[in-house]
Design a protein around this ligand. Structure first.
Ligand SMILES: Nc1ncnc2c1ncn2[C@@H]1O[C@H](COP(=O)(O)OP(=O)(O)OP(=O)(O)O)[C@@H](O)[C@H]1O
Length: 385
């Protein structure tokens, strides 16, 4: 970790990824970006801290505010600096869906930071998108973990979202949605309402139960969505072993997830009027992580590319908190540019190097999808399919 004297004299930036499970804050330096040739990889993080839930819908306003304050203070402490060094902050927080949510969190931040600190309060999808686009708010992000959501942004500031309303309202591509369908298939098979499936033995074994009847009690014992969603790997392994029901569930999830991205792309016209324009699609979350044989993320991208051949798939290499910090950095640079500070104009955000990207980054694997990638981003944040 750095010390105030060598890293923080020119100021620092904070990026926060606030989730329902945990909240991460990273502290990055402003100074080293002034010469992009000296940016070390991995990206310089002066301090990183992790705290609990900061979604105020889940824990209430006081607890959420304290968590945010605490996680930022700890990241600054680990960086060897303090609040006075902060030049910009971006908080990507789950539960921020409305301008009144933004206003509330902005007020919390104004109690901590002086008025000249640039503060951005956004939905956590913003941090996820920015983690794949080197801080630029353009394109579509698909998040599929316990829940799922698709969020898109145009460069002119227009935004749109699809799904993310919870499984009751149709998020069937989420981890919860997939696992709930797996459990439903087991009950149907047990009753004779549906075909037999490998899911029965696989899930019973995983839950240490001896009969599908016991699944009823297990389900009602704890209604947490994440507990149900944790069964997705069982559905994947049954599908990989050739089970038709499990394969149908995953194929259905792929279509649901791809459809939510396509709906956003369509509404924002991210692919231009003829549908062939290029735009980033960042995919994030446990459900979309690469599996050897049944790779849900890859199938989703494949479906999107059939409709929008210019889509540029990205699996970020950095965590969303870094995306949030990069977004804050990008916004600060835009403002500096607009104000005509020429000395600052020579700086480059990490990864957004002067050279435009036109081929494969070093070490990238050969892939049939690589040709779709034509963004002017560098390998620092990209992972190719
Ligand atoms: N190999 C895998 N293939 C598919 N899904 C997986 C795999 N490993 C874990 N998962 C699923 O990923 C989900 C958890 O992902 P993640 O940690 O991104 O979600 P979360 O942060 O809990 O949820 P959210 O993003 O909705 O708040 C669970 O549903 C889990 O079953």
């Amino acid at each position: 970790m750095g010390s105030e004297s060598d890293c923080c004299n020119e100021g620092v930036i904070l990026g926060v990824d606030g989730g329902t499970t945990s909240t991460v804050c990273v502290c990055m330096p402003l100074l080293p970006f002034s010469d992009h040739r000296h940016i070390p990889e991995p990206f310089p993080i002066l301090g990183r801290a992790v705290a609990g839930c900061s979604n105020y819908n889940s824990v209430g306003e006081n607890a959420a505010r304290e968590t945010l304050k605490q996680v930022m203070a700890e990241a600054l402490l680990k960086a060897g600096t303090n609040h006075s060094a902060v030049r910009a902050v971006c908080l990507g927080v789950s539960g921020v869906n409305h301008p009144t949510d933004q206003e509330m969190i902005l007020n919390w931040m104004r109690d901590i930071f002086p008025g000249d600190v640039k503060i951005h309060v956004e939905n956590d999808a913003v941090a996820a998108l920015a983690s794949g686009t080197v801080g630029k708010l353009h394109g579509c992000v698909l998040i599929a973990g316990t829940g799922c959501i698709s969020y898109g942004f145009r460069e002119d500031g227009r935004e749109a979202r699809a799904a993310g309303a919870g499984p009751v309202l149709g998020d069937w591509g989420s981890g919860y949605g997939i696992a709930a369908q797996g459990l439903t298939a087991i009950m149907r098979a047990h009753d004779g309402r549906g075909p037999k499936t490998m899911l029965t033995n696989c899930v019973l074994k995983s839950l240490n139960l001896s009969s599908p009847d016991e699944i009823i009690g297990w389900t009602y014992a704890d209604s947490s969505w994440a507990r149900i969603a944790a069964l997705v790997p069982e559905v994947v392994s049954c599908a990989e072993a050739g089970d038709q029901i499990a394969n149908d569930i995953l194929n259905n999830a792929v279509q649901e997830l791809a459809m939510s991205v396509k709906a956003v792309v369509q509404r924002l016209q991210l692919a231009g009027e003829d549908g062939t324009g290029s735009f980033p699609v960042v995919i994030v979350g446990g459900v979309l992580e690469a599996n050897k044989r049944w790779d849900i993320g890859k199938e989703v991208i494949s479906s999107i590319l059939k409709t929008y051949p210019g889509a540029c798939p990205i699996r970020p290499k950095v965590e969303p908190a870094i995306g949030a910090a990069l977004f804050a950095w990008n916004s600060l640079m835009k403002e500096v540019k607009a104000n005509g500070h020429r000395d600052m104009l020579n700086t480059h955000p990490p990864g957004a190097r002067a050279a435009s990207y036109s081929g494969s980054p070093p070490g990238a694997e050969e892939s049939p999808m690589r040709s779709s990638l034509s963004l002017e981003l560098d390998s620092w944040s990209l992972s190719l399919f």
